[in-house]
Design a protein around this ligand. Structure first.
Ligand code: URA
Length: 219
């Protein structure tokens, strides 16, 4: 898997990442969601440089010119519910994209923190020969991404697959690398060192779904 960790080159992106981690700024959930969206826009812009382009002649009021525009048929797939603000960020830029949604959640099987990934709801267009952007803001263990890719198989073989994430744990990035083929690309804002015993990224930011949409009762 090709990994593009955007925080390796310091940029404006780092300010957005630092805000979503900050305990005080996190109290403003609208700002949290909007920062995740902005990160999605930056990741989408970087990713766009790797897509295929074709020539388009545009008529202006004063003449005409040839430019290069994106050729790919894009499908953005996000994992509910935490993926929604990142999904919106990508859709702001890839505005003609089709969309897929999947519910993949952690079902805790013991007090020790062990869990399995449950996939239940899935709404997806035909993926054959499309460019799939699979969105998961927190790449923690990597299990949700791999379970989602498995669940998407009956919908056709994409031309290419891009994983888009905000914060990853090195362990999760390694797990995904082992379980996808070399053509898959990961676009990630930053990678942290550790996972705690409950599978949360440390230092990470906490629970991205709760910070975006409020706390939920555990099931
Ligand atoms: N999901 C989150 O929201 N946060 C983590 O740290 C890991 C998974």
């Amino acid at each position: 898997m090709e990994i593009r960790n955007l925080s390796e080159t310091p940029s404006l992106l780092n300010s957005f990442i630092s805000e979503i981690r900050d305990l005080e700024i996190q109290k403003d959930s609208m700002r949290f969601r909007r920062n995740i969206e902005r990160i999605g826009e930056v990741l989408g812009f970087e990713l766009s440089k790797s897509l295929s382009f074709s020539k388009l002649t545009t008529q202006t009021p004063l003449g005409s010119l040839e430019s290069e525009v994106i050729n790919d048929d894009i499908v953005i797939c996000s994992i509910l519910r935490a993926g929604l603000p990142l999904h919106v960020g990508l859709l702001n830029y890839f505005d003609k994209a089709e969309n897929a949604f999947i519910s993949a959640y952690r079902h805790h099987t013991s007090e020790s923190g062990a869990f399995e990934i449950k996939v239940e709801y899935l709404a997806c267009p035909d993926l054959s020969d499309k460019t799939l952007l699979l969105v998961d803001p927190m790449l923690a263990t990597g299990q949700s991404i791999i379970s989602t890719l498995e669940a998407l198989k009956p919908f056709g073989q994409p031309k290419e697959t891009h994983l888009v994430s905000v914060i990853g744990a090195q362990q999760g990035v390694d797990y995904v690398t082992k379980n996808v083929d070399d053509t898959v690309k990961l676009w990630i804002a930053t990678i942290d060192k550790e996972l705690n015993e409950r599978g949360y990224i440390v230092p990470g930011l906490g629970d991205a779904g709760d910070l975006s949409f409020g706390k939920k009762l555990q099931n």
